[in-house]
Design a protein around this ligand. Structure first.
Ligand SMILES: [Zn+2]
Length: 268
């Protein structure tokens, strides 16, 4: 599933490609992938593309807008349209006055685009439901959230109501970088540990953003290019590989139903 660096990469590209573009028409090839009345958006011009957690917001010159989520396998493509024009899994095609197109492609069909008639209010509502992302939250705020949480720290990181945007890849790598055992109750972490963890999460997310995200699954950016973070995973999916700090073989455990990789000597 695309995480914060992947969605932010797409947001930047969509923003530079689509701001100022006037929507002409929608072609909805799969009903499940599109919610609301597309006619509300016809003739509207894209004013900004924002991100909250893993959600993408398309604001227009009026109150109406569109929110999108890629879920497991969604892609939003504005370049290299030839493949996506005829691709089996292209679900929605948005055509702009300039002739440019936005393709929403999704194999598993969990992702969607949705018309929001009051896009500013929808954004506020979403912000209330989601936690801040690691780039927005202060160390003190993060520590307070941890102290209230009795379950494993890794569950807290993945729970979008506590902290948004971080999924399994960056949660695993961040915990290793901070030297914290993912199974520890969040409330057992000291102030120093929560601060170390927040810093580590920001570092792995920034690295992910710098290299265009992780394309270990179906992720590609809005230009149909793969990222390369999968070539430098720190612990994620590296069962048996030597720890990059101490050479101990990494082990795989399950925390909160998710595959979890750790170094038993570095992570306490
Ligand atoms: Zn180690």
């Amino acid at each position: 599933m695309p995480e914060l660096p992947e969605v932010e990469t797409i947001r930047t590209q969509l923003s530079s490609a689509l701001v100022g573009e006037k929507i002409v028409s929608f072609e909805i090839r799969r009903d499940k992938s599109f919610r609301g009345n597309p006619k509300e958006l016809s003739g509207r011009t894209i004013a900004s593309v924002k991100r909250i957690g893993k959600y993408l917001f398309f604001h227009t010159d009026k109150w109406v807008g569109m929110v999108g989520h890629l879920k497991m396998t969604g892609r939003m493509i504005v370049k290299n349209g030839e493949f996506y024009q005829t691709a089996k899994h292209t679900r929605v095609v948005v055509t702009f006055e300039s002739g440019q197109r936005l393709y929403f492609w999704d194999t598993r069909v969990f992702g969607y685009l949705e018309v929001t008639s009051d896009s500013k209010l929808a954004e506020v509502a979403l912000q209330k439901r989601l936690g801040a992302d690691p780039w927005q939250i202060s160390p003190q705020e993060f520590h307070t959230i941890c102290m209230r949480y009795k379950r494993p720290i890794k569950n807290l990181i993945l729970d979008q109501e506590n902290l948004s945007g971080v999924g399994n890849i960056y949660a695993n790598d961040g915990l290793w970088k901070a030297g914290i055992d993912p199974r520890r109750p969040a409330s057992s972490l000291s102030t120093i540990e929560t601060e170390k963890l927040l810093t580590a999460l920001r570092e792995v997310l920034e690295r992910g953003l710098l290299v265009g995200g992780a394309s270990d699954n179906s992720y590609v950016d809005a230009h149909n290019e793969k990222g390369s973070y999968q070539d430098e995973f720190l612990v994620y999916r590296l069962t048996g590989a030597p720890c990059k700090k101490c050479q101990t073989s990494l082990t795989r455990v399950v925390v909160g139903g998710r595959g979890t990789w750790l170094c038993s000597s570095c992570q306490k």
